[in-house]
Ligand binder design. Sequence first.
Ligand code: UD1
Length: 423
Amino acid sequence: MTEAVTRYHVRPAGPLGGTVRAAGMTKNAGCKQLAAALLCPGVSTVRNLDPVADLDVMCELLRAIGARVVWETDDALSVDATGPLVPEAPYELVSRMRASINVLGPLLARHGRARVAMPGGDNIGSRNLDLHARGLQAMGVELDVVHGFIDAHVDALCGARIVLDFPSVGATETLMTAAVMAKGETVIDNAAREPEISDLAAFLGEMGAQVHGAGSHTITIEGVDELTPVDHAVIGDRIEGGTYLFAAVIAGGDVTVEGITVEQLGVAVDKLVDLGARVEPTLDGVRIVMDGRPRAIDVQTLPFPGFATDFMPFAVAALAVADGTGIVTENVFDNRLAFTAELNRMGAHVHTEGRHAVVRGTGRLSGAPVQALDVRAGAALVLAGLVAEGETVVHDARHIDRGYPDLAGKLVALGGDVTRTAG
Ligand code: UD1
C-alpha cells in the first residue's frame, strides 16, 4: 500500500475567533474501548468516534483477530466479538500503532492466551512494556518475548495487588482489562489518573465489571464471572481540544472549544493563564481569550493532573514567540524534544539538553519547510505557522492524521489560514 504524502500549508492570518467542537477521544480512548469489546461475545458499540488514522488500524487489528467491525452510524462502530477469535496481533498492524497493545489484556481475560507483536507508535523515545508485563505476571500470566512477539498465557487469571513504579496509562489499561474477569480482587496502586482511564472504567462498568476508584491513585477491581456487550460514547478529546486553546495563546484571539471541560485539562489551565490568557468554563466547553505575546513561563510534564506530555510541544511553540525565556522539562518520555530542531528551522531559539529545553522567545518566526516527527509535534509546528511570516509547510503530516480528524478545517473555522494537501 502506498501512503498519500500529506502536508499542511500554514500562513499567518491574525488573531483567531469563534467556536469549534472537540472530536471524540478516538485515538487515546475510543481505540482502547474497541479493543476492550473483545472481552465478551456479542455486539458492543462505541460512539462519538472521529475518523483518525489510528482508528483504521484498530479496526483492521480487530478484524484480524476475528471480530466483525461495522460502522453503525457516522460516529459509531460496532464490534461483534462472538468469535471464534484468533488471539494474535500481527506485526504489520501493531507496528503502526502502539494502542494495539490494548488487545493483550482482553485476549488474556477471554482466552487465557495472547500473542502480540511488540508495538511501534510515535517516535518519542523508548516505550517499555515492563509495567504491563510485571502486573500480568503478578496475576499468574506466563509471559515471554520471542522473536519480537509477546507470548502470554495463563490458565486462570488471579486477582493481585500491583504497585506500578510509574502511573503508566497503558499499563493501567492492560491490568484493568485483564482483571475484570480474574478470580478475586485486583488492586492497582499508583494507577494512572487520566480522564481516559475513568472513561475505560465506565465502559467496563457498563459491561458488568466491578471497577472502583478510577481517577484516583488506587483502582480496585473485583473479578466477575461474565460480562455483557455495551453501548458507550467516548469522552471529548481533551488533547485535540487543548490544541485549539494553545493555538489561541500563540495567535491571540477569543476561542471557545466545546466538548471538553476545564477539569480534563488539569494543570494546563493554570499554565495557559500564566502564559497570559483568560480561561473560563462555558456551559459545554472552555473559552480562552488572549491578547498580545505570551509571557515566558516554566513547564514540566507530569502524569495527570500534571501538565500533559501531549501538550508539551504546544507549550514550546508558545514559548518560542513569548516575551522572555522559559524552561520546559519533559518527564514522561525520553526523546520527545527532538522536534524542537524543526521549530528552530522557523527561527525559534530552543536549546535542548537531555530532558530540558530552554526556549528564548522571539517576536518573529519565519515560515519554513519542516517535518512532523509525531502527532503532537506536527500539530505544534502547524500552530507555530499561524504566526510565522510567510508560508510554513509541515511535511510527513500522516503523523498528524493519526490523532486529528480535521486540524486544518477547525483552524480555518477559527480564522486561520491552513490547508492540508494529500497526494
Ligand atoms: C498514552 C497516550 C499518549 C500519552 C501518554 C501519557 C495513547 C495511545 N497514548 O501513552 O498519547 O502521551 O499516555 O499520557 O493513549 N513505561 C514504562 N514501562 C511500561 C509502560 C510505560 O517504562 O510498561 C514508560 C514509557 O516508556 C513512558 C512512560 O512510562 O516513558 C509513560 O507511558 P504511558 O503512560 O504508558 O503512556 P502510553 O500508554 O504509551
